[in-house]
Design a protein around this ligand. Structure first.
Ligand code: NAD
Ligand code: DAU
Length: 364
């Protein structure tokens, strides 16, 4: 058991809104929080876009302290009402358009949700916090990404909290815009904000169009495994449970106004990651249509503007808050492959006509 799996001895219950709590990381966070802090009130606010899924929270249905609200973070009236009615003291803000490939196809939704939506939440929370007399215990936690820092060359040092912003995709540019607003709300109004910039996550409830679930599902279906470009792009992978424990540490112990980078110290080339997934599937799935699964690897046209390398320097959160990831890449990938093998009823309905249309558009 790590330090973050133990509930602190003296702790006042919190009343949270978790935006995007029906998405991949948000739902893992809701599971983490409800299990660890059963006395807290958790209100999930999620618009249920293509990426949102109430089934991600199915195991928590019926819990008295959990409320689900379908709604948009751009809806100020709705947010004002929830903040007051639920006497919220903490926002954990995950809601976003999160997929780089979709941001290339249609950037508008990214600016709307990621920039306007975050602004709407900040404004609502600022008034709520000011009206309550600016309690020191309130927190606005903004969940962001390492992509705001741009792309690294092979020998560059990893991203630290002081690396200049250089976003390259409409997705990362919209996240950078939201990060700047969060920073400004602390600097100008003294609002107790917290921000984290995290590397690539993987684990349960990851929507099928992202790299790891897409590869797992295509292997099971005997479909080609589309590797962009030369497959040499590097990502720094973090098991989603470790991201949740880091967010927990920052919400409880982080200094308002500060940013913390979160990463797994697991830099892997895409082609090596896909090969590891193939090997795990060869071992764990008895009925593969194509074996060995490596035969399915297909190099396809590169993503426009594809960032070459991401890597996170997580020294600050490790030294100041004592957080370190618990999962290794080998262990985390094995758990993840096992989860996709035993949760077909979760992912099969997500391969909808809308998903197929998206797939044809990107991989045609
Ligand atoms: P996701 O796409 O799986 O989930 C996003 C959720 O937000 C969905 O449930 C969706 O319905 C909801 N949502 C979208 N627009 C909304 C709106 N206007 N109002 C209310 N809800 C809305 O995303 P994810 O991968 O879970 O990422 C969550 C957050 O973490 C994002 O802010 C993302 O930028 C950040 N992040 C993700 C990763 C990663 O590897 N996935 C890494 C670092 C940071
Ligand atoms: O770095 C954090 C970011 O990680 C988050 O902010 C984003 O929300 C999240 O989606 C993720 O972005 P990436 O673009 O890195 O993730 P994705 O799973 O789309 O792709 C991972 C890598 O794999 C990337 O280099 C592109 C490549 N790729 C992806 C897909 C979907 C392929 O080679 N083939 C594919 O089919």
């Amino acid at each position: 058991m790590t330090a973050f799996e133990q509930e602190p001895l003296s702790r006042s219950p919190r009343k949270l809104i978790v935006t995007g709590g029906a998405g991949f990381i948000g739902s893992n966070f809701v599971h983490h929080w409800c299990q660890k802090y059963p006395g807290d009130r958790v209100v999930v606010l999620d618009a249920l876009t293509y990426a949102g899924n109430r089934n991600n929270l199915a195991e928590l249905e019926g819990k008295a302290n959990l409320r689900f609200v379908q709604g948009d973070i751009c809806d100020r009236t709705l947010i004002d009402g929830l903040l007051q009615e639920e006497r919220i003291d903490t926002i954990a803000h995950f809601a976003a358009e999160s997929h780089v490939d979709r941001s290339i196809l249609g950037p508008g939704a990214f600016v709307q949700t990621n920039v306007v939506g975050t602004f709407t939440l900040l404004e609502a929370f600022r008034h709520h916090w000011q009206d309550a007399g600016k309690p020191a215990s309130y927190r606005f936690h903004h969940v962001s990404t390492d992509e705001v820092y741009g792309s690294l060359e092979a020998t560059d040092p990893a991203f630290s909290e002081t690396t200049p912003y250089a976003p390259n995709s409409p997705y990362s540019a919209s996240k950078a815009g939201s990060d700047h607003l969060v920073r400004a709300y602390h600097h100008t109004y003294g609002m107790p904000t917290l921000m984290t910039n995290c590397s690539n996550n993987y684990g349960p409830y990851h929507f099928p169009e992202k790299l790891i679930p897409l590869m797992c599902i295509n292997i099971l279906m005997g479909k080609p495994l589309p590797v962009y470009g030369d497959g040499q792009n590097i990502r720094d992978w973090l098991y989603v449970g470790d991201h949740c424990s880091a967010l927990d540490a920052v919400i409880h112990q982080g200094t308002p106004g500060e940013t913390y980078n979160i990463g797994g110290n697991n830099e892997v080339k895409n082609i090596d990651l896909v090969t590891m997934l193939c090997e795990l599937m060869n071992e764990l799935a008895p009925d593969l249509p194509v074996r060995p699964a490596q035969k399915l690897i297909t190099f396809v046209k590169d993503r426009p503007g594809h960032d070459r390398r991401y890597a996170i320097d997580a020294t600050k959160i490790q030294t100041e808050l004592g957080w370190t990831p618990a999962e290794t890449i080998e262990g985390g990938l094995r758990r993840t492959v096992e989860w996709y093998l035993t949760h077909r009823e979760w992912w099969q309905p997500l391969l909808s006509e809308e998903y197929q249309a998206y797939y044809r558009q990107v991989y045609a």
